[in-house]
Design a protein around this ligand. Structure first.
Ligand code: GLN
Length: 252
């Protein structure tokens, strides 16, 4: 039986925006196909994880203060994480976690939180608490040669600069910073994005891309994912895309 080993980072700290839902959707879409989901959790004080022994590493979003607390712990694993990224382990990073894999995150109070510097981008919040990128967001992303809309919700003060390979083009909402037409950061085994939602609940195709990518790598196989009944998800997507992209108040 195919199984996926997932490391869920700081579930007790990076849990302000309900990103835990991504773990639930991953688990559901694996088990619906008769596959096994092994979900290990790691937070401050736990035994150090070996990132390379996992198929997928996930971390969600959080407030500046929480990011500052955990960054001192996360940075201890910089080399192990870098090796894991380079060996093809999949990383799904949402918002606050996305920011911490870059050079640094300068919070709204002007405090600089050192990042892992595994990727070259950096993030700086505008020193005005009212100036945050908040709202529904739609981007056009491409993976496995498929172009599709990715729907989510963003809530970040951080403005991210110098993204070499974005996850998608903004069709509605803000993206990496105010007025940007790019959102997130993408490599074949890294999706770092501002999109909460939870992300995977609104984007079943994306969830299946991640599952297949991880299983193909782990089993050195071309794993066939039996289609699931996504009628409900797709009807919700149709409604949302119509609301955000076709309405006359379509603001990018
Ligand atoms: N605290 C960070 C910011 O405000 C990240 C927010 C988040 O994870 N949604 O930009």
């Amino acid at each position: 039986m195919y199984e996926l080993k997932v490391l869920y980072l700081y579930p007790d700290i990076l849990e302000l925006y309900g990103d835990f839902g991504n773990i639930q959707v991953l688990k559901y879409r694996l088990e619906q196909r008769g596959f096994k989901a092994i979900i290990d959790k790691y937070s401050i004080g736990d035994n150090p994880p070996d990132f390379k022994s996992y198929d997928l590493v996930f971390a969600g979003g959080g407030a500046d203060q929480e990011q500052s607390i955990l960054s001192k712990d996360l940075i201890k694993y910089k080399d192990n994480i870098k090796e894991a990224v380079e060996s093809g382990v999949f990383f799904l990073l949402i918002c606050g976690a996305y920011q911490l894999f870059g050079k640094y995150y300068k919070g709204v109070e002007g405090n600089v939180i050192p990042g892992l510097s595994i990727f070259d981008y950096y993030t700086e919040a505008i020193n005005d608490r009212k100036k945050r990128c908040i709202g529904n967001t739609v981007i056009e992303a491409e993976f496995n040669g498929i172009k599709t809309e990715i729907i989510g919700f963003e809530n970040h003060g951080g403005q991210t600069f110098d993204v070499s390979t974005p996850f998608g083009k903004v069709l509605y909402g803000h993206g990496n910073k105010f007025g940007d037409n790019q959102e997130g950061f993408f490599l074949s085994n890294v999706i770092a994005t501002y999109l909460h939602g939870p992300l995977l609940s609104k984007n079943p195709l994306l969830c299946d891309y991640i599952i297949k990518h991880c299983l193909d790598r782990k089993y050195n196989d071309n794993v066939i994912l039996q289609p699931l009944d996504d009628n409900f998800e797709n009807s919700v997507r149709k409604q949302l895309l119509n609301r955000f992209l076709n309405s006359d108040n379509n603001k990018k």
